[in-house]
Design a protein around this ligand. Structure first.
Ligand code: SF4
Length: 292
């Protein structure tokens, strides 16, 4: 398995620490452009509960985050990560301002942008192209699944071919594309989930983030869960799924994540995922046992 740590070691000579930043953007799936209710699993924090205070400038957010991690990270290389909501959903002049502010920090070695494939117009791609010539840009796309019934259920708001076209556009300008896939979405079988991973790989993604489905308070997914319309995964089921997914990912595709950070304060299920250390240890043991 080609982990993100291996990749960073290869690219930057060692461990790189990720800093979550907030550009204060919204999402077309919430403001009425393609939907008002958002994806069915998405909480009020826009799938980025750990981001910084958007009332601060990017420089201030970076400074504050670096101070906070000083005790646990001794290195001086950081990933500036815009993770919550849709981080290309604004005027290009604004995006230019915040992204340049991030990469102008000499300790920032990567600009990482999470967004939707339907928010990558030509002007955004050309900005990303310019930025990528200065420092590496990673773009993270929330595919979540490629099964059309689930796409409708989760209210993702774009079709699979939009994702494929976005990967293509990003790869043409040499960007490292990461695809986000959720394991355990309602009514999906193991084969469905493996098929989503295979779809992302065949579309040309450079990296994969596997995320356990979290049922969060205040989401429509939570309503269905409380009505017992579906069950969340047990820990051993999740571990088996992750191992099976990694088996079908080619060795040159970077595995950026094998679990997720469910915000404990609003996490309804699965509760076992709160013990992240235990889950990660069990996952790493299973991956080792499978010789991956
Ligand atoms: S696209 Fe992202 S931010 Fe928007 S509703 Fe879906 S998960 Fe939330």
């Amino acid at each position: 398995m080609f982990t993100v740590n291996d990749y960073c070691k290869e690219q930057f000579g060692g461990k790189v620490y990720k800093i979550s930043l907030s550009g204060g953007m919204s999402c077309p799936n919430r403001d009425g452009t393609c939907g008002t209710k958002g994806c069915v699993f998405c909480s009020a924090g826009g799938s980025g509960e750990f981001s910084a205070d958007s009332s601060l400038t990017i420089t201030e957010q970076l400074k504050k985050a670096k101070e906070l991690v000083r005790g646990k990270y001794k290195g001086d290389k950081f990933i500036a990560y815009f993770g919550s909501f849709t981080n290309t959903y604004a005027e290009v002049s604004y995006l230019e301002k915040i992204f340049y502010e991030a990469i102008n920090d000499p300790q920032v070695v990567v600009l990482s942008i999470a967004t939707r494939p339907d928010c990558l117009g030509d002007n955004v791609i050309s900005l990303i192209d310019k930025l990528n010539k200065i420092k590496p840009v990673w773009v993270e796309l929330g595919l979540q699944t490629s099964k059309s019934e689930t796409v409708d259920y989760i209210r993702r708001g774009y079709k699979n071919d939009v994702y494929m076209a976005a990967v293509d556009k990003l790869k043409r300008v040499g960007v490292h594309v990461i695809t986000h896939i959720i394991l355990g979405l309602p009514y999906e079988t193991k084969e469905d989930m493996l098929s989503s991973v295979d779809f992302a790989v065949k579309s040309g993604t450079d990296g994969i983030k596997l995320q356990l489905l979290h049922v969060l308070e205040g989401t429509d997914l939570a309503l269905d869960y409380k009505e017992e319309k579906f069950k969340t995964l047990a820990m051993d089921e999740y571990i088996d799924l992750v191992v099976s997914c990694i088996k079908i990912v080619p060795k040159d595709v970077v595995i950026h994540r094998i679990t997720g950070d469910g915000p404990k304060r609003i996490l309804i299920s699965p509760k076992w995922s709160e013990d992240k250390k235990r889950v990660l240890n069990a996952l790493n043991r299973a991956i080792k046992l499978a010789n991956l």
